[in-house]
Write a protein that binds this ligand. Sequence first.
Ligand code: NAD
Ligand code: UFG
Length: 341
Amino acid sequence: MNVLVTGGAGYIGSHTVLCLLNSGYDVVVYDNLCNSSYEAIKRVEKLTAKTVKFVEGDIRERLALTELFKTNNIDAVIHFAALKAVGESAQIPLDYYQNNVHGSLTLLEVMAEFDVHNFIFSSSATVYGEHNPSPYLETMPLGRPTSPYGTTKVMVENIMDDVSKSNEKFRGISLRYFNPIGAHESGQIGEDPKGIPNNLLPFVAQVAVGKRAKLSIFGDDYPTTDGSCERDYLHVMDLAEGHVAALTWLQDSAQFRGVEAFNLGTGTGTSVFKIINAFEVATNKNIPFEISPRRDGDLPAFWANADKAKTALNWQAKRSLEDMMTDTWRWQSANPNGYNN
Ligand code: NAD
Ligand code: UFG
């Protein structure tokens, strides 16, 4: 099976490409490298001793996509390519709608033109919005996310639903990720944010390696066990394996038509203080921090009910919080400047 992976040079994409190759899939990566490095692909090739066909390009470029589908026999698409910085999306919302929504529309149009109907989309827990109680269940109504970034995810999920109603061949899966962290156990590939990291673990790792003086904890007065926010952190390799499970499910479910959503999380919330403590224990590094004001749009706590993925996809997150910390540190300490060493 030949799988097109958009955004395959990125953080989750590169780990997923590695798992796909190790599971025997052929992979074509299509990425404009706006937030990633070709070095990630080279390292995946080395780790797997397999080759990846890489095409540099933008999902909004219809002609380039048409050429891509014309010259490659694509059986399924895993669609990671998107901009993902929540704060930035409020400053430049049109760029986010343009990239994430228009880009997805162009991709879906070209897929239909070439009769490709297997589609796995990178969605997010943010689609549940502010008002659904945790644990989030796939049957809950989609909410109103607190950022334009989150709105793009809801919009693409709605587009997939409408496409499936109009095209009886469409087979879509929406994977709603919770908070992926960690890195491949080799320490060769990992998360390499540009500039100041927005997300917790990359920031903690950069404090540990001496690139940042201290962590700001955004709020310690939330109604949670210790006052800091709680999230459902899962190991990026578990998440990557979730994509292989979803693809296998599509292959095994010949009769399936429509769209199915699956939460990919562990089912457990962990607070910011607990994350810092787990990182310190696993790595023997001290993480200085200060308490700062709450960050706009942060929800106090959310986590997944991941039973559906377990029952239907036979997938379950299996790596521990300690694995997530150790693997983050192995990547960060070996690559203090990410892929630009
Ligand atoms: P990432 O930024 O590392 O990867 C995204 C990749 O897409 C990058 O390689 C980037 O260069 C590429 N890209 C962006 N716009 C493109 C375009 N127009 N054309 C071609 N390539 C383009 O991000 P990630 O963390 O790996 O996230 C992957 C997907 O998962 C995204 O859709 C993101 O919204 C979603 N997601 C991520 C998280 C998370 O916490 N990391 C959580 C939920 C959902
Ligand atoms: N945090 C800090 N200090 C930091 C960074 C983060 O205290 O420097 C805290 C946040 O306030 C939050 C927790 O750490 O409580 C996790 O923050 P992240 O930014 O790592 O993750 P989020 O849960 O905010 O964001 C994630 C995904 C987004 C998605 C969002 C939905 O990264 O893609 O969940 O809520 F949109």
